[in-house]
Ligand binder design. Structure first.
Ligand code: RTP
Ligand code: MG
Length: 143
């Protein structure tokens, strides 16, 4: 297994419900290290650019409006198989289909407002991390 980095976002619904700490605890309990983090009120342009892969989908406008409805907490997680591990911790896109004990099952109520984002592959993780943190916005964790 390889050490990877992945981009994670605590979405506006979960920030509004005061769940940042509980969600961070799940990352840390799973052995994922937070190597960059910032709270951001996304602009419409930033949200559209981030989710550009979905721009032809029927839910795109609702997704963008939701992502700018309040601040988000954006972080880079590092660890063994971080991309897949974060997706497992988050659970299925639709909270109704997410396994018990996952972030989306426990903290989200709908597919439109589903508490967290996680990169889905090494290529998208690299692009997403650079989108929000640039080339050198990560704190190396040596211990
Ligand atoms: P994310 O990118 O936010 O981590 O979510 P994901 O990979 O699990 O799902 P994705 O297919 O990338 O979709 C991005 C977000 O769009 C909304 N969505 N709505 N109504 C629908 O059928 C539908 N499908 C997707 C969700 O909020 C999803 O997180
Ligand atoms: Mg996705």
């Amino acid at each position: 297994m390889a050490i990877e980095r992945t981009l994670s976002i605590v979405k506006p619904d979960a920030v509004a419900k005061n769940l940042i700490g509980q969600i961070y605890s799940r990352f840390e309990a799973a052995g994922l290290k937070i190597v960059a983090a910032k709270m951001v009120q996304l602009t419409r342009e930033q949200a559209e650019g981030f989710y550009a892969v979905h721009k032809e989908r029927p839910f795109f406008n609702d997704l963008v409006s939701f992502m700018i409805s309040g601040p988000v907490m954006i972080q880079v997680l590092e660890g063994e198989s971080a991309i897949q591990k974060n997706r497992e911790i988050m659970g299925a896109t639709d909270p109704k289909k997410a396994a018990a004990g996952t972030i989306r099952h426990d903290f989200a109520v709908s597919v439109d407002e589903n508490a967290a984002h996680g990169s889905d592959a090494p290529e998208t993780a690299a692009v997403e991390i650079e989108y929000f943190f640039g080339k050198d916005g990560i704190c190396p964790r040596t211990r």
